[in-house]
Ligand binder design. Structure first.
Ligand code: AMP
Ligand code: GLY
Length: 431
């Protein structure tokens, strides 16, 4: 059968690569894909944008696609799955209604409140004055979040009134994130370690994927501005068997039951970004898709057939699936373009991609494209060099070794991905 992956990032390269490994799959198409998917055996790019729903449906029909997997949130929020379903096309992802868990932070906070899911205290405001009043009442620092989708960049931590005033004005005027910022969620600032808990959901039940952690801040030591993610690893040793059960019982199960009770059952990848605070786990956000870059290390460890698994979930057989994982750790390091997460230059030739890495390393492409025979940069996050190792430290060393062979002008990466799992010797992780 043929499979279609929608998107063009590192997550989509990983999904395409893994889908192409399935015995059931003759070819994988990626719309629009990147240089990595163009070069991947068994994979072909189709030049259709992720927001061109009509053309995506035409493509799926013309190519007789039997399963479509959606990478990014924007087409989900725009109703891609609803449109595909109406057209009789099988598609793995949530409906537009269910995607509000990610596409509106105000909706998500209200949802968590109604269904007893632990999260940070918050207020929703649409004026600077009200925002400042709420922030003062909460006490600085506070976290300001644009209500709508802002490509992972709509979250700003402010330490004082001056910064709050400026950020609120930028968000609410539309200058920072357009219409996504017309309402702002103000949250109390939580302290702790973050984990990504991602499950497959069939509208009611959940099948958890291996645990993972990413590094959202740009700079080493988890400093600097928030990004889409500078690296990730799986498993996350901080997720003990007990915490795993707790996250399922206190976050995932109430979320799926709540969505069902609210009339929009959730099917797809459900991602809870959780802060492990001294008072217990608190949900920072829900994403309605697989994480990027968490997908890269998670899929590097998945030994089960991805396509068979997703088809089984869609066919109501989630109970019958047991996922098999490589016991080793996988760790991915993002190589980014100078200036990211702000402005950066595209079109820089990338060197070091011509030598095939060993089986324990995979270089997933994100913002890349072919310029004739040459791979050039085409985005802020350019590559995610992912390696397997017997421990987090070994996986990190292996990924770093391979990262050092690849380069492009003004490129940068963090050499400390996984540091939290390496410094305190943790051996009690789950999955
Ligand atoms: P979000 O998109 O809501 O997950 O926010 C992006 C990142 O901002 C998170 O991964 C955290 O690192 C940080 N963040 C979000 N909310 C809070 C909070 N209430 N307290 C502390 N950090 C936060
Ligand atoms: N790695 C965080 C995200 O996918 O949003």
């Amino acid at each position: 059968m043929k499979v279609l992956i929608i998107g063009s990032g590192g997550r989509e390269h990983a999904l395409a690569w893994k889908a192409a490994c399935s015995d059931k799959v003759s070819e994988v198409l990626v719309a629009p894909g990147n240089a990595g998917t163009a070069l991947e055996p068994g994979v072909r790019n189709a030049t259709v944008d992720v927001d061109d729903l009509d053309s995506l449906i035409s493509l799926a029909r013309a190519e007789q696609i039997e399963l479509t997997i959606v990478g990014p949130e924007a087409p989900l929020a725009a109703g891609l799955v609803d449109r595909f379903s109406r057209a009789g096309l099988k598609c793995f992802g949530p409906s537009a209604q269910a995607s509000r868990l990610e596409s509106s932070k105000a909706f998500a906070k209200d949802f968590m409140g109604r269904h007893g899911i632990p999260t940070a205290g918050h207020a929703v405001v649409d004026s600077v004055e009200e925002g400042l009043r709420q922030a003062r009442a909460m006490g600085y620092p506070v976290v300001l979040k644009a209500d709508g989708l802002a490509a992972g960049k709509g979250v700003v931590i402010v330490d004082d009134e001056a910064a709050a005033k400026q950020t609120l004005a930028d968000m609410l005027s539309g200058a920072a994130f357009g219409a996504a910022g017309s309402r702002v969620v103000i949250e109390e600032f939580l302290v702790g370690e973050e984990v990504s808990f991602i499950v497959l959901a069939d509208g009611g039940k959940a099948l958890p994927l291996a645990s993972s952690q990413d590094h959202k801040r740009r700079d080493e030591g988890d400093l600097g501005p928030n990004t889409g993610g500078m690296g990730a690893y799986s498993p996350a040793p901080v997720v003990t068997a007990e915490l795993y059960r707790q996250l399922l019982a206190e976050v995932i199960e109430p979320a799926l039951a709540g969505m069902r009770a609210d009339g929009c059952p959730f099917t797809g990848f459900l991602y809870a970004g959780v802060m492990l605070t001294p008072g217990g786990p608190r949900v920072l956000e829900f994403n309605v898709r697989f994480g990027d870059p968490e997908t890269q290390p998670i899929l590097m460890r998945l030994q089960s057939d991805l396509v068979e698994t997703l088809l089984a979930v869609l066919d109501g057989r989630i109970d019958q699936i047991t996922l098999e994982w490589d016991e080793r750790t996988a760790l991915g390091i993002v190589m980014a373009a100078g200036g990211y997460p702000e402005d950066y230059v595209k079109g820089k030739p990338i060197s070091g991609l011509d030598i095939a890495p060993p089986e324990t390393v995979k270089v997933f492409h994100a913002g890349t494209r072919m310029d004739g025979e040459q791979v050039v940069t085409n985005g802020g996050r350019v590559l995610c060099v992912t390696a397997l190792g017997d421990s987090v430290a070994q996986a990190q060393a292996h990924a770093l070794e391979w990262t050092a062979r690849i380069g492009f002008e003004d490129g940068f990466y963090r050499a400390d991905i996984g540091h939290r799992a390496i410094s305190p010797a943790r051996t009690d992780g789950h999955d």
